[in-house]
Structure formats: C-alpha cells, structure tokens
Design a protein around this ligand. Structure first.
Ligand code: SF4
Ligand code: SF4
Length: 477
C-alpha cells in the first residue's frame, strides 16, 4: 500500500522567558544563547574528493611556499615587523604606497569578480580555516570520537573523557605545527629556525609569539570552529552585496524537491510529492548547521557537503542526482541563467587597468631606493668663524637579493667640504641603511640656500642622483 510518512509536527510555541531569543538567531546557537555544537556527518562523494585534492594541494603550498625562493628572496614574506612584503621576488616597502594600493585594489577586485561568478567558492574550497578544519582537525576528531552520533553521545555524557583529552593533546601538537608554518609567512623561515634552535630565554618575544599563536590556533580549531565563518569573518557579511541572482551558489531545487515527504513502503513515482524525502542528510552533514532547503543563507560556506549527501540519497532512491547542486538563484527560478552581466564585465576591465598599472610600475622600479632628508634639529649650524654645516640623512634601501657597496659623491659642490663617514655604504640584500653626510661651507658660499646633488653608484649598473637643498644664513624659513 502506498503511504507517505507525515512531516514532523510544527515546533512548539516560542518560550517567552527572559533571556530566550525570538526564534533562531544563529544556526550555532540554541534559543537560550548557549552554544549548539555542530557534529557534521561526513558525506563522501565526487565533490568531497575534489575538495580533498584541492585541500592537500593548498596545505602543501602553505607549508612549502615560505621555503621557496625566487631570485634569492622568499616567494612570499609578509614581514610586518620590518614593514616589507615580498611577493614572488618583488619586495614592497611602506614607501611603495601606490604599488601597495594597486596591489590591494587588484586583490579586492579579483575577490569581487570571483564572488560574483562563483559565490563563496573561496570559503568552501580555499580558505585555510575550512581547509584545516575539514581536512585536518575534523578527520582526527572522527578518528578519536567516532561519527556524528558517537560525538553527540559523548557530548551528552559530558565530563572529561580520556579519548577527548587525547584528541585535544593531538590538536595542541598540530596547532603548534600550524602556528609555526603560519609565522614563517610573517617572519621568514630563517628567523623561525633561529627561534626554534635557541633557548626561549634568548628570544622571549619570539617565544611569546609562537606560544600565543599556538594557543590561538588551538582555541580556533578545538572550540571556536565554524563561529569563525558564522560570526567573525567579514567576508561573510559583505557577500550579500557581492553576489547577484546569477552567481553560482550551492542551492536546493525547491521546484523539484517540494512538497517534501518521507518515504515508507511506497514507490516515489506514484506519489504526489517532490524528490526530497526529508531525510535531513543535507542538514546533518552541514558544518555550519544550516538547512540548505531554507534558501541561500549567510552561514553557507559553499562547502558542497550537502550536494554529496543528497546525491548519495538520490542514488539510493533511484532519482537523478542534483536536487542540491551548484546553480544560481536565477537558473532555479527561470531555468536559465546568464554568465555575462554588467558587473562581471566591469570587474575584469577594472582588474586589467589596475593590474596593468601595477605590473608596469613594478617592472620599472629601481634596484635601490635613495632618499635624502635634513638632519634632526637645527637646519644648519654656523660656527664662530662663519663656517656653515648642513647634515644630510641619506637612506638607501637595497631592493636586490645581493649586498651592494654604494659609492657616494656630491655634484655641484664647489667650495664645499663634505664628510661621509661611511663611503662606500654597504647595504645587505633587501635592507635599508641610513648614514649621515656632513657638508661644510666657508662663509658666504651659501647665500640663503644652495642646491646640490648626491650621486649614488652601486658599481654594478645602478646610479642615481638625489637633489638636496643646503641652507645657510639668510635662508627663508
Ligand atoms: S539530503 Fe536531499 S532528500 Fe534528504 S533532506 Fe536533504 S534535500 Fe531532502
Ligand atoms: S548548506 Fe551545504 S554548502 Fe552550505 S555550508 Fe552547509 S553543507 Fe556546506
């Protein structure tokens, strides 16, 4: 006999006691504001394997890139301490304001374009939070705690269970590893290995940074978890503005799935119900604890786990796959969608212009940056015999991957005596050195001011002149 198991009864009316929320506020919170722990069931399918491949490629890149060198420099180094960023052999300094601005703009525009085309593809496939959580920490958790049901049972049991303590110990070790790799991106592998090979007392600040980062990593992966995506990440907040109706999203086909109903001993084809059998496999597998059947939600990180879960169910009930699939809101509503629209044409154009300007300026940068500044204090000093002395602070930033000895010379310096205590000035690769030049002039040589040029030559093809205005008695203030 054909029969449909009725849907569960509606939820009881809301509890109006003070301190309870009016309905669901967040997928990871209970109505009384307590944490709702998410214990997703792993759904194995084609998307899982594709993401696994991408995840391990990214993890390998994350670990390997700080060790790779391009043109003698690290492939990637975000040296916040010394305020310089190295990007595939090119080092950007705080003085490269325009270049940094163009680089940031290019990155943002690319994110806008990718989001407009592919929705939150970054969150589900590329973000380190998702990659490490779903492909390192979560599998280890399953190894110790078992599947979703066993994890929930352990939650209900409460207390300090030895298995879980052991799991947290493994998490702590892994967090230490991830923290070290993370820091290598910011301080470089050399500095990191120095920290690791010396007693903490020799570098207490470094030790504190490693310890602090390890603790933060542990808290994130053991406790904070999906909250990072649901409440902390700013990208989730702005995605609504970046997506449009044609953007690719993970979505449930409501036309095909509804009205949903549970199967009993019946053949689905004979019933006036949709393809969704309300098994909730898509909900139980969701790492942010949402029900994709309620439509596009901010918490959805496009991880595709619900696609695999639902496809497995469809296989079992002999229905075509794709009840939950990559599609767009427009395609779901009308059956057709367009890829080309104004924003996906404007973004690439803007990327081309901004990225082109960045490429041009970056490729025309000089191998060294030279700046001349007036000495600190009085603009000049005048001795009792009328000799005037100007102090010049000359800063040379060597952008190359090799040490250079820069020869300094003064042009237009007739009647002037100059002293450069460090000439040639040696500057190691990718570092900046400031030296002081003293310029003395006999009385009346400088009438108010005199323009000179400082000539810098690295002996291997790079020369530059920097203008400097010497001041003397009668100079305009
Ligand atoms: S997994 Fe598929 S069939 Fe099961 S509840 Fe979700 S959408 Fe419905
Ligand atoms: S709704 Fe689906 S794609 Fe979105 S986060 Fe949940 S499981 Fe992943």
């Amino acid at each position: 006999m054909l029969a449909v198991v009725p849907d569960p009864p509606p939820s009881p009316p809301h509890d109006n006691r003070p301190g309870t929320a009016p309905g669901r506020v967040l997928s990871t919170l209970n109505e009384d504001g307590t944490r709702r722990w998410v214990r997703p069931e792993l759904a194995i399918g084609p998307f899982y394997y594709r993401r696994l491949f991408v995840a391990w490629f990214l993890i390998a890149s994350f670990i390997g890139l700080p060790f790779v060198r391009v043109g003698g420099k690290p492939a990637m180094l975000f040296d916040v301490l010394h305020r310089r960023f190295t990007f595939f052999g090119s080092t950007f300094l705080p003085t490269d304001t325009v270049l940094l601005m163009l680089l940031m703009l290019t990155i943002f525009l690319t994110i806008f374009l990718l989001t407009a085309l592919f929705g939150r593809v970054w969150c589900g496939w590329g973000c380190p939070q998702t990659v490490y959580m779903e492909y390192v920490f979560r599998p280890i958790e399953r190894l110790f705690d078992g599947n979703r049901n066993k994890q929930i049972a352990l939650d209900q049991k409460g207390g300090l269970q030895p298995k879980r303590m052991l799991k947290f110990a493994v998490f702590a070790v892994l967090s230490f590893g991830v923290a070290n790799i993370f820091l290598a991106w910011f301080i470089g592998v050399e500095e990191l290995s120095h920290w690791m090979n010396h007693a903490p007392s020799e570098h207490p600040a470094g030790f504190a940074i490693v310890a602090g980062t390890t603790v933060l990593m542990f808290i994130d992966f053991a406790w904070f978890r999906e909250q990072m995506c649901v409440v902390a990440c700013p990208y989730a907040r702005i995605q609504a503005a970046l997506l449009d109706k044609s953007s690719l999203i993970v979505a449930y086909d409501v036309n095909r799935g509804e009205p949903r109903g549970k199967l009993s001993k019946v053949k689905l084809e004979d019933l006036k119900i949709g393809d969704c059998i309300d098994c909730k496999a898509c909900v139980y597998t969701c790492p942010t604890n949402i029900d994709i059947r309620e439509g596009l939600q901010m918490e959805c990180i496009s991880c595709t786990q619900c696609i695999d879960a639902c496809d497995n169910v469809m296989d079992k009930i002999n229905k075509p796959r794709g009840l939950i699939r990559y599609t767009s809101q427009e395609r779901l509503a009308t059956g057709a969608g367009k890829v080309l629209r104004l924003r996906v044409m404007l973004y690439p154009l803007a990327i081309l212009i901004v990225g082109g300007a960045l490429g041009y300026l970056a490729s025309h940068r000089t191998p060294a940056e030279v700046t001349a500044l007036r000495g600190i204090g009085a603009p000049f000093t005048e001795a009792s015999d009328g000799v005037v002395t100007n102090q010049i602070r000359l800063k040379i930033h060597n952008r190359t991957a090799h040490t250079h000895a820069y020869k300094l010379a003064l042009a237009n310096a007739d009647g002037l005596k100059w002293i450069a205590p460090e000439n040639p000035l040696t500057v190691t690769a990718d570092h900046a050195v400031t030296t002081t030049i003293f310029v003395e002039s006999q009385p009346n040589v400088i009438q108010g001011e005199k323009l000179i040029e400082i000539h810098v030559d690295d002996g291997s093809g790079f020369t530059t002149e920097v203008a400097f205005r010497l001041l003397g008695p009668g100079a305009k203030k």
